[in-house]
Design a protein around this ligand. Structure first.
Ligand SMILES: Cc1cc2nc3c(=O)[nH]c(=O)nc-3n(C[C@H](O)[C@H](O)[C@H](O)COP(=O)(O)OP(=O)(O)OC[C@H]3O[C@@H](n4cnc5c(N)ncnc54)[C@H](O)[C@@H]3O)c2cc1C
Length: 232
Protein backbone atom coordinates (compact mmCIF):
# COMPACT_ATOMS: atom_id res chain seq x y z
CA UNK A 1 0.00 0.00 0.00
CA UNK A 2 1.28 3.51 -0.83
CA UNK A 3 2.43 5.38 2.30
CA UNK A 4 0.93 8.72 3.30
CA UNK A 5 4.27 10.39 2.56
CA UNK A 6 4.31 8.76 -0.88
CA UNK A 7 0.81 10.01 -1.65
CA UNK A 8 1.69 13.56 -0.52
CA UNK A 9 4.83 13.50 -2.68
CA UNK A 10 2.86 12.20 -5.64
CA UNK A 11 0.15 14.86 -5.25
CA UNK A 12 2.85 17.55 -5.02
CA UNK A 13 4.53 16.32 -8.20
CA UNK A 14 1.17 16.25 -10.00
CA UNK A 15 1.10 20.03 -9.74
CA UNK A 16 4.58 20.61 -11.17
CA UNK A 17 5.95 20.80 -14.69
CA UNK A 18 4.14 19.79 -17.85
CA UNK A 19 3.52 16.80 -20.09
CA UNK A 20 4.99 15.92 -23.46
CA UNK A 21 4.66 12.95 -25.81
CA UNK A 22 7.36 10.70 -27.17
CA UNK A 23 7.00 11.28 -30.92
CA UNK A 24 10.18 9.55 -32.10
CA UNK A 25 12.53 7.10 -30.48
CA UNK A 26 15.47 5.11 -31.76
CA UNK A 27 18.57 3.34 -30.54
CA UNK A 28 21.52 4.90 -32.41
CA UNK A 29 23.87 2.45 -30.67
CA UNK A 30 23.50 -0.41 -28.18
CA UNK A 31 22.35 0.99 -24.83
CA UNK A 32 21.47 4.47 -26.12
CA UNK A 33 18.06 6.05 -26.71
CA UNK A 34 17.55 9.10 -28.91
CA UNK A 35 14.18 10.50 -27.91
CA UNK A 36 12.12 13.30 -29.48
CA UNK A 37 9.50 14.86 -27.22
CA UNK A 38 6.72 17.15 -28.42
CA UNK A 39 3.97 19.14 -26.76
CA UNK A 40 2.66 22.62 -26.16
CA UNK A 41 4.50 22.80 -22.81
CA UNK A 42 7.83 22.70 -24.65
CA UNK A 43 6.71 25.70 -26.73
CA UNK A 44 6.04 27.70 -23.56
CA UNK A 45 9.44 27.26 -21.96
CA UNK A 46 12.69 29.05 -22.74
CA UNK A 47 15.67 26.68 -22.87
CA UNK A 48 19.37 27.59 -23.05
CA UNK A 49 22.04 25.20 -24.34
CA UNK A 50 23.35 23.31 -21.30
CA UNK A 51 20.06 23.46 -19.34
CA UNK A 52 18.59 20.22 -18.05
CA UNK A 53 15.10 18.89 -17.58
CA UNK A 54 13.84 16.38 -15.03
CA UNK A 55 11.70 13.38 -15.95
CA UNK A 56 9.22 12.00 -13.42
CA UNK A 57 9.40 8.23 -13.18
CA UNK A 58 6.45 5.95 -12.28
CA UNK A 59 8.03 5.64 -8.78
CA UNK A 60 7.73 9.45 -8.40
CA UNK A 61 11.48 9.94 -8.63
CA UNK A 62 12.98 12.75 -10.72
CA UNK A 63 15.93 12.07 -13.02
CA UNK A 64 17.82 14.77 -14.94
CA UNK A 65 18.69 14.80 -18.65
CA UNK A 66 20.19 17.39 -21.02
CA UNK A 67 18.22 18.26 -24.15
CA UNK A 68 20.56 18.85 -27.07
CA UNK A 69 18.07 20.88 -29.02
CA UNK A 70 14.79 22.57 -28.20
CA UNK A 71 12.59 23.98 -30.94
CA UNK A 72 10.36 26.38 -29.04
CA UNK A 73 8.34 27.27 -32.14
CA UNK A 74 7.43 23.64 -32.86
CA UNK A 75 7.33 22.54 -29.21
CA UNK A 76 9.95 19.81 -29.68
CA UNK A 77 13.07 18.76 -27.79
CA UNK A 78 15.54 15.90 -28.20
CA UNK A 79 17.50 13.89 -25.65
CA UNK A 80 20.24 11.27 -25.88
CA UNK A 81 20.14 8.93 -22.91
CA UNK A 82 22.45 6.05 -22.06
CA UNK A 83 21.18 3.07 -20.11
CA UNK A 84 23.98 2.47 -17.64
CA UNK A 85 22.22 3.40 -14.40
CA UNK A 86 20.48 0.81 -12.26
CA UNK A 87 17.61 2.88 -10.92
CA UNK A 88 14.12 4.10 -11.86
CA UNK A 89 15.35 6.61 -14.47
CA UNK A 90 17.07 4.00 -16.60
CA UNK A 91 14.18 1.53 -16.27
CA UNK A 92 11.66 4.21 -17.23
CA UNK A 93 13.54 5.67 -20.21
CA UNK A 94 14.42 2.29 -21.65
CA UNK A 95 10.80 1.15 -21.40
CA UNK A 96 9.44 4.16 -23.30
CA UNK A 97 7.74 3.78 -26.68
CA UNK A 98 6.45 6.20 -29.30
CA UNK A 99 3.10 7.61 -28.13
CA UNK A 100 3.93 7.46 -24.40
CA UNK A 101 3.41 10.58 -22.33
CA UNK A 102 6.06 11.83 -19.89
CA UNK A 103 6.00 14.51 -17.21
CA UNK A 104 8.83 17.05 -17.35
CA UNK A 105 10.05 19.64 -14.89
CA UNK A 106 12.23 22.52 -16.01
CA UNK A 107 14.17 23.44 -18.03
CA UNK A 108 16.61 24.59 -15.38
CA UNK A 109 20.13 26.00 -15.60
CA UNK A 110 22.80 23.32 -15.26
CA UNK A 111 25.98 23.95 -17.28
CA UNK A 112 26.16 27.55 -18.44
CA UNK A 113 27.42 27.36 -22.02
CA UNK A 114 27.49 31.11 -22.46
CA UNK A 115 31.22 31.05 -23.29
CA UNK A 116 33.36 33.22 -25.53
CA UNK A 117 35.43 30.31 -26.86
CA UNK A 118 34.82 26.70 -27.74
CA UNK A 119 35.35 24.63 -24.59
CA UNK A 120 37.17 21.40 -23.90
CA UNK A 121 34.36 19.11 -22.68
CA UNK A 122 35.38 16.02 -20.73
CA UNK A 123 33.15 13.27 -19.41
CA UNK A 124 31.37 10.02 -20.25
CA UNK A 125 28.39 8.75 -22.23
CA UNK A 126 26.00 10.93 -20.21
CA UNK A 127 27.52 14.18 -21.52
CA UNK A 128 26.93 13.58 -25.23
CA UNK A 129 23.77 15.71 -25.09
CA UNK A 130 25.73 18.52 -23.48
CA UNK A 131 28.39 18.34 -26.23
CA UNK A 132 25.71 18.38 -28.95
CA UNK A 133 23.95 21.30 -27.25
CA UNK A 134 27.17 23.33 -27.61
CA UNK A 135 27.70 22.17 -31.22
CA UNK A 136 24.14 23.02 -32.26
CA UNK A 137 24.39 26.47 -30.70
CA UNK A 138 27.89 27.11 -32.18
CA UNK A 139 28.13 25.21 -35.48
CA UNK A 140 31.28 27.10 -36.51
CA UNK A 141 33.09 26.56 -33.25
CA UNK A 142 33.38 22.84 -32.47
CA UNK A 143 34.34 21.83 -28.93
CA UNK A 144 37.24 19.55 -28.05
CA UNK A 145 35.48 16.46 -26.69
CA UNK A 146 37.28 13.88 -24.57
CA UNK A 147 35.28 10.85 -23.47
CA UNK A 148 35.53 7.83 -21.24
CA UNK A 149 33.13 5.07 -22.19
CA UNK A 150 32.31 1.54 -21.05
CA UNK A 151 31.69 0.58 -24.69
CA UNK A 152 33.86 2.84 -26.87
CA UNK A 153 32.42 1.61 -30.19
CA UNK A 154 28.80 2.16 -29.04
CA UNK A 155 29.67 5.58 -27.66
CA UNK A 156 31.30 6.61 -30.95
CA UNK A 157 28.26 5.41 -32.90
CA UNK A 158 26.01 7.48 -30.62
CA UNK A 159 28.16 10.60 -31.12
CA UNK A 160 27.75 10.25 -34.89
CA UNK A 161 23.95 10.31 -34.52
CA UNK A 162 24.05 13.74 -32.88
CA UNK A 163 26.89 15.34 -34.84
CA UNK A 164 29.58 15.24 -32.16
CA UNK A 165 33.15 14.29 -33.15
CA UNK A 166 35.17 13.34 -30.08
CA UNK A 167 38.95 13.77 -30.26
CA UNK A 168 39.42 11.02 -27.68
CA UNK A 169 37.19 8.12 -26.60
CA UNK A 170 38.80 5.65 -24.21
CA UNK A 171 37.76 3.03 -21.71
CA UNK A 172 40.20 3.75 -18.91
CA UNK A 173 40.18 6.77 -16.67
CA UNK A 174 43.98 7.19 -16.61
CA UNK A 175 44.08 7.75 -20.39
CA UNK A 176 41.25 10.27 -20.15
CA UNK A 177 43.01 12.16 -17.36
CA UNK A 178 46.27 12.25 -19.38
CA UNK A 179 44.41 13.43 -22.51
CA UNK A 180 42.74 16.19 -20.49
CA UNK A 181 46.07 17.49 -19.17
CA UNK A 182 47.46 17.49 -22.72
CA UNK A 183 44.41 19.32 -24.10
CA UNK A 184 44.55 21.98 -21.38
CA UNK A 185 48.27 22.55 -21.97
CA UNK A 186 47.74 22.79 -25.73
CA UNK A 187 44.68 25.08 -25.46
CA UNK A 188 45.37 27.45 -22.58
CA UNK A 189 42.52 29.82 -23.54
CA UNK A 190 39.83 27.15 -23.91
CA UNK A 191 37.50 26.86 -20.92
CA UNK A 192 37.35 23.35 -19.48
CA UNK A 193 34.03 21.67 -18.68
CA UNK A 194 34.21 18.55 -16.55
CA UNK A 195 30.98 16.59 -16.34
CA UNK A 196 29.61 13.05 -16.13
CA UNK A 197 30.93 10.74 -13.40
CA UNK A 198 31.79 12.50 -10.11
CA UNK A 199 34.79 10.24 -9.42
CA UNK A 200 36.39 11.02 -12.81
CA UNK A 201 35.87 14.75 -12.31
CA UNK A 202 37.63 14.50 -8.93
CA UNK A 203 40.55 12.53 -10.45
CA UNK A 204 41.02 15.10 -13.22
CA UNK A 205 40.91 18.02 -10.79
CA UNK A 206 43.57 16.36 -8.59
CA UNK A 207 45.83 15.76 -11.60
CA UNK A 208 45.41 19.31 -12.93
CA UNK A 209 46.40 20.60 -9.50
CA UNK A 210 49.52 18.43 -9.39
CA UNK A 211 50.40 19.58 -12.93
CA UNK A 212 50.21 23.23 -11.83
CA UNK A 213 47.12 23.82 -13.99
CA UNK A 214 44.58 24.62 -11.27
CA UNK A 215 44.30 28.23 -12.51
CA UNK A 216 42.81 27.07 -15.81
CA UNK A 217 39.14 28.19 -16.08
CA UNK A 218 36.98 25.18 -15.27
CA UNK A 219 33.29 24.44 -14.77
CA UNK A 220 32.31 21.19 -13.10
CA UNK A 221 28.93 19.47 -13.02
CA UNK A 222 28.64 15.86 -11.90
CA UNK A 223 25.84 13.98 -13.69
CA UNK A 224 26.11 10.81 -11.64
CA UNK A 225 28.06 9.35 -8.76
CA UNK A 226 29.13 5.77 -8.09
CA UNK A 227 27.93 6.12 -4.50
CA UNK A 228 24.76 8.19 -4.88
CA UNK A 229 21.47 8.07 -6.76
CA UNK A 230 19.43 10.75 -8.48
CA UNK A 231 21.85 13.69 -8.84
CA UNK A 232 20.13 16.80 -10.22
C1 LIG B 1 22.13 17.87 -14.77
C2 LIG B 1 22.18 16.45 -15.29
C3 LIG B 1 22.06 16.19 -16.65
C4 LIG B 1 22.13 14.88 -17.15
N1 LIG B 1 22.01 14.67 -18.49
C5 LIG B 1 22.05 13.38 -18.97
C6 LIG B 1 21.86 13.11 -20.36
O1 LIG B 1 21.61 14.01 -21.18
N2 LIG B 1 21.94 11.82 -20.77
C7 LIG B 1 22.16 10.78 -19.90
O2 LIG B 1 22.22 9.63 -20.32
N3 LIG B 1 22.33 11.02 -18.58
C8 LIG B 1 22.26 12.28 -18.10
N4 LIG B 1 22.41 12.51 -16.76
C9 LIG B 1 22.67 11.36 -15.88
C10 LIG B 1 21.39 10.66 -15.52
O3 LIG B 1 20.52 11.55 -14.82
C11 LIG B 1 21.67 9.46 -14.62
O4 LIG B 1 22.51 8.54 -15.25
C12 LIG B 1 20.34 8.84 -14.31
O5 LIG B 1 19.73 9.67 -13.37
C13 LIG B 1 20.41 7.49 -13.76
O6 LIG B 1 19.14 7.26 -13.20
P1 LIG B 1 18.78 5.90 -12.50
O7 LIG B 1 17.50 6.14 -11.79
O8 LIG B 1 18.87 4.77 -13.46
O9 LIG B 1 19.97 5.69 -11.46
P2 LIG B 1 20.08 6.32 -10.00
O10 LIG B 1 18.91 5.89 -9.17
O11 LIG B 1 20.36 7.77 -10.10
O12 LIG B 1 21.37 5.56 -9.47
C14 LIG B 1 21.34 4.11 -9.26
C15 LIG B 1 22.74 3.59 -9.49
O13 LIG B 1 23.08 3.74 -10.87
C16 LIG B 1 24.37 4.36 -10.96
N5 LIG B 1 24.40 5.16 -12.18
C17 LIG B 1 23.64 6.25 -12.47
N6 LIG B 1 23.95 6.73 -13.69
C18 LIG B 1 24.94 5.93 -14.17
C19 LIG B 1 25.68 5.91 -15.37
N7 LIG B 1 25.47 6.80 -16.35
N8 LIG B 1 26.63 4.94 -15.54
C20 LIG B 1 26.85 4.02 -14.57
N9 LIG B 1 26.16 3.99 -13.40
C21 LIG B 1 25.23 4.93 -13.20
C22 LIG B 1 24.46 5.20 -9.68
O14 LIG B 1 25.80 5.44 -9.35
C23 LIG B 1 23.79 4.33 -8.67
O15 LIG B 1 24.68 3.37 -8.17
C24 LIG B 1 22.32 13.80 -16.25
C25 LIG B 1 22.42 14.06 -14.87
C26 LIG B 1 22.35 15.37 -14.40
C27 LIG B 1 22.47 15.61 -12.92
Amino acid sequence: MTSLLGRVKSAGLDRLGFRASVVALRAPAPGFRLITLAGSGLAKHLWHAGDRISLRTPEDELRSYTPFDWDQKEGRARLLIVGLGSGPGTRFVHGLAVGDEVQLLGPKRSVNLDLERAPIIVGDETILGLCAAWSNAHPDSPPIVLLEAIDVAACQAATLAIGVAPQVAVRDRASLVAATVEAVQANPAAPLILSGRAQTIAAIRRTLKHAGLSDHPVKTRAYWDENRAGLD
